[in-house]
Design a protein around this ligand. Sequence first.
Ligand SMILES: NC(=O)CCC(=O)C(=O)O
Length: 266
Amino acid sequence: MRASLIQIAVNPDQSVNSRREYVGSLVREEAGADLVVLPELWPTGAFAYELFAQEAESLDGPTREAMAKAARDAGVWLHAGSIVERAADGTLYNTALVFSPDGELAATYRKIHRFGFDKGEAVMMGAGGEPVTVAHPGTTLGVTTCYDLRFPELYRTLVDQGAETLIVSAGWPERRRSHWTLLAQARAVENQCFVLAVGTAGTHAGVEQAGHSIAVDPWGEVLAEAGAGEEVLRVEFDPARVAATREQFPALKDRVLGLDAPSRLR
Ligand SMILES: NC(=O)CCC(=O)C(=O)O
């Protein structure tokens, strides 16, 4: 599998329309990859809350159109990051879009864990409720978005649904970069999966982004890591290593089920 993680610098001086065109051209340059992955909410930036209502779009909107065309032109599977989706009832969701190489929308995923720390996303957006896997011809993908990375139970559910390669499409701040790297490796080790985690670069809405997109193997080793700036991180991996790792060190077989009691913190 050849995967390209496109770490976009969300430049607030660029219009959303011109960023769509630009990102489409970056995807087209990855023709030949088996999978291309974009970060969370790259049209606006994940922390540009003041733009969410204005730039919200339906699942038939301009980002879908631009990314379907880019996937088709490049002939690639494309996880096109996420958009601010406006549902038919007016609710906003942070929704990831996955396209097959013919430009068909193969899957959507509404982010389940909304970022509540600064009250932005958790106040403005609805929560998704459906874990999503995608049957890519090379590997089963588990689709997750940014803050989800802190919640291991979602990843366990995806593994139970057959996920072998866990995607984390993010807009993660520099302030908590050590958590990003640590959690990406933890999700890989505990689930004996590949993790492909792509973030944004630059600064938007006053929040410096971490960059440092990362690919981790099922043993927790870092296969490739980006720097802080805009970059395409290209990585090759063999999905058969998931089954091999699980056979050689069968920790998942020793799970004790039924420990997921309701949280006392709620
Ligand atoms: N957009 C996000 O989900 C931000 C997550 C984050 O900053 C963190 O978990 O830390």
